[in-house]
Write a protein that binds this ligand. Structure first.
Ligand code: GDP
Length: 366
């Protein structure tokens, strides 16, 4: 049956989005104990903008502010040479105390709440490193179980909030006939039902009018999440970790938000080194992320690494970061037929992992 004609011919209004953005983005780092949150936070603090650059506000010990690099801003600074240079920054809060049962007062109980309510988004740190010396609160390393624990805790907290809200609205409804109360009450019941079904608020389709009310609640499961998968340096360098495919599958089933593999221990070591040591270390350990412009063809991309790579370019063997992440190893990417050989005209795209073959002197190097 053909769909019915739309009731209204008006152009669709811009949809409101979940969240209450202020003047800058605030992110909260969450995760179970001993997953690497503090290591990450301390590293970010080292890189942070000194507190004296923000004379009119207090920066708490669990708060760091880091620059958001932006080439356009750098260019404008060169042009205008302003007296004060205030770049965009990201405010990061270390939120400790989330454990199984936190919503009922386990661990630090509800202390984490006041911090997490105020953030715009969440960095969810997952432990994907094994180390018998570092205990896991649940005795074994299982990041998918941890994902379930943390996301359930946040939903349970939201559920508790909604139950209180429903009671308050019902009390007000006894005293007043305000239509808006009815609207809010009806929405609260829907939010409660979807939380009880195990759905995060941000993953439900809401109408624009719903979102306006939802944004007054600051629900935890309404906040966007980036998953930071903390792995050992070795796994990070070889881009292989046994937990990653399962984490990826879970995230795809639960909203498909961004996953970023990190090695908190490696980042900490790098932040502790001087710039020279840092450059030397990266060169020796081949942690390399080359930057090229959009539309760059394979030989020129190779040339950014070494001019010989461009002169003697033979071909590029390419796989996509996403495929490697999903499948877990180079061998698996090859087996899935997603490891391609590309020639001189291939345009490199963001996220390509490339092995360049080249030959300058007829010696058959690669
Ligand atoms: P938090 O409780 O989540 O804040 O965890 P911490 O950042 O305090 O880390 C707990 C312990 O794990 C510390 O001893 C860290 O040095 C260690 N750690 C963090 N990341 C890694 C890692 O990638 N590999 C190993 N082996 N240990 C790590």
């Amino acid at each position: 049956m053909p769909p019915k004609a739309a009731k209204s011919k008006e152009a669709p209004a811009e949809r409101p989005i979940l969240g209450r953005f202020s003047s800058h983005l605030k992110i909260g780092i969450v995760g179970l104990p001993n997953v690497g949150k503090s290591t990450l936070f301390n590293t970010l603090t080292k890189l942070s903008i000194p507190a004296e650059n923000f004379p009119f506000c207090t920066i708490e010990p669990n708060e760091a502010r880091v620059h958001v690099p932006d080439e356009r801003f750098e260019w404008l600074l060169q042009l205008y040479k302003p007296k004060s240079e205030v770049s965009a920054f990201l405010e990061i809060h270390d939120i400790a105390g989330l454990v199984r049962g936190a919503h009922e007062g386990q661990g630090l109980g509800n202390n984490f709440l006041s911090h997490i309510r105020a953030v715009d988004g969440i960095f969810h740190v997952l432990r994907a490193f094994e180390d018998p010396d570092i205990i896991h609160v649940d005795d074994s390393v299982d990041p998918v179980r941890d994902l379930e624990v943390i996301s359930a805790e946040l939903r349970l907290k939201d559920l508790e909030f909604m139950e209180r809200r429903i009671e308050d609205v019902e009390k007000s409804m006894k005293r007043s006939n305000d239509k808006q109360l009815k609207v809010e009450h009806e929405l609260c019941l829907r939010v409660k039902a979807s939380l009880e079904e195990g759905k995060d608020v941000r993953l439900v389709e809401w109408k624009a009018a719903d979102i306006e009310i939802l944004n007054t609640f600051q629900l935890l499961s309404a906040k966007p999440v980036v998953y930071l998968v903390n792995m050992n340096e070795k796994d990070y360098q070889r881009k292989k970790n046994k937990f990653l495919p399962k984490i990826h599958a879970w995230v795809q089933e639960h909203g498909g938000e961004t996953i970023i593999p990190v090695s908190c221990a490696l980042e900490k070591n790098l932040a502790d080194m001087s710039l020279d040591e840092n450059v030397k270390y990266c060169a020796e350990n081949k942690v390399k992320c080359w930057q090229i412009r959009r539309q760059t063809k394979a030989p020129q991309a190779a040339g950014t690494i070494h001019t010989d790579f461009e002169k003697g370019f033979i071909c590029a063997e390419v796989m996509k970061f996403e495929d490697l992440k999903e499948l877990g190893s180079e061998a698996a990417v090859k087996a899935a037929g997603k490891y391609r050989q590309e020639g001189k005209t291939y345009v490199v795209v963001d996220g390509d992992i490339i092995f360049f073959k080249f030959n300058v002197s007829g010696g058959g190097k690669k």
